[in-house]
Design a binder for this molecule. Structure first.
Ligand code: FNR
Length: 330
């Protein structure tokens, strides 16, 4: 009995297995953040390949929140309409469509002034304008509208992007904000609570489990944040790392971020997702068996092989749920 191929139910949504496509920017949106045929084929292929959850890339909640002008967005009705055939196709092929709601903060790169909790620029990037209280309230309202639009577009999971040095990470990291830990986590927790209030679908939050620097955010801090996010209504904390400094010393290797997910899972009362150089079926299965995480997210390996989940099912002796059109191959 494979745990990787055991369904996972959160609220009214059941993932058919515990393999998720990690959100990955494609820099392929049309004008004004509208998803294109590329997104249909790219995300659709990974649903056909058997991933239980397909999370669409960092999708901006407002124009200033784009990492680049090629990012997808979810701040207007035209974007909602363009996402609909994509979410429908993913569902028709037995998978669950999710979307990552994002604001790039000071790491936005375009011909606009970025916003952040600091006026200190990320190395090589534009100088941000510091958000005041009204600006923060507006950001929270953008997250809420984006979450509602995501549901209207057919998404059944929303993930709040609070990692990789983007806006919400900039709030909780001591590298980019002042105040105590309790003060710095206020905004990410408030966004989570507001999104939870606005939609019924499972809400994930992606965090950076460490800044990988002496004076930065730590794994212990992440346990505190994850507990607060869970209390605010997050269903799952997806634990990534880094991104808020150009000089981090990251010990990259197979499953290098799994211990961060495991610390959160063991010490905070919330489901976790593990991500980062998870490439083998047995490796993914084992980290679930070990209790390090509840969901496994794969990025680059699923770019190399969209059929990874079907192969993994074969290798782990689970039922292979190939699309009927491909049945003769399995
Ligand atoms: C990413 N990553 C990423 N992460 C995220 O939270 N939102 C995003 O939009 C993106 N965009 C993105 C684009 C591309 C092309 C890559 C390769 C990566 C990070 C990604 O989701 C994942 O966390 C890392 O790639 C680590 O997992 P893998 O690739 O080792 O399985």
């Amino acid at each position: 009995m494979s745990l990787l191929f055991t369904p996972l139910t959160m609220r009214s949504v059941t993932l058919p297995n515990r393999i998720a496509v990690s959100p990955m920017c494609q820099y392929s949106a049309g004008a004004d953040g509208v998803p294109t045929d590329w997104h249909l084929v790219h995300l659709g292929s990974r649903a056909v390949g058997g991933a239980g959850l397909v999370i669409a890339e960092a999708t901006a909640i407002e124009p200033r929140g784009r990492i680049s002008a090629g990012d997808t967005g979810i701040w207007n009705d035209e974007q909602v309409a363009a996402w609909r055939p994509i979410t429908r196709f993913i569902k028709e092929n037995g998978s669950v469509p999710g979307v990552q709601l994002a604001h790039a903060g000071r790491k936005a790169f375009g011909d606009w002034t970025p916003v952040a909790p600091t006026t200190e620029p990320f190395p090589g990037m534009n100088t941000p304008e510091k958000l005041d209280d009204a600006g923060v309230r507006e950001i929270i309202s953008f997250f809420v509208s984006a979450a509602r639009r995501a549901v209207a577009a057919g998404f059944e999971v929303v993930e709040i992007h609070a990692a990789h040095g983007y806006l919400l990470h900039e709030f909780y990291s001591p590298l980019t904000n002042e105040g105590t830990l309790d003060e710095r986590i206020v905004v990410p927790v408030a966004v989570t609570a507001a999104v939870r209030e606005a939609v019924d679908v499972p809400v994930f939050v992606r965090i950076s489990g460490t800044d990988w620097t002496e004076d930065g955010w730590t794994a212990d801090d992440s346990v505190v944040l994850a507990q607060r996010l869970a209390e605010a209504g997050a269903d799952l904390v997806d634990v990534s790392s880094g991104g808020n400094t150009a000089n981090a010393d990251i010990p990259v290797g197979p499953g290098y971020q799994v211990p961060l997910a495991e610390a959160v899972r063991r010490k905070a009362d919330v489901l976790t997702g593990a991500v980062g150089l998870i490439t083998e079926a047995q490796q993914a299965e084992q980290l679930l068996v070990d209790g390090s995480a509840d969901l496994v997210l794969l990025g680059r390996e699923l770019l190399r092989d969209p059929y990874w989940p079907l192969r993994a099912a074969q290798q782990l002796g689970a039922e292979v749920k190939a699309p009927k059109q491909y049945a003769r191959a399995f």
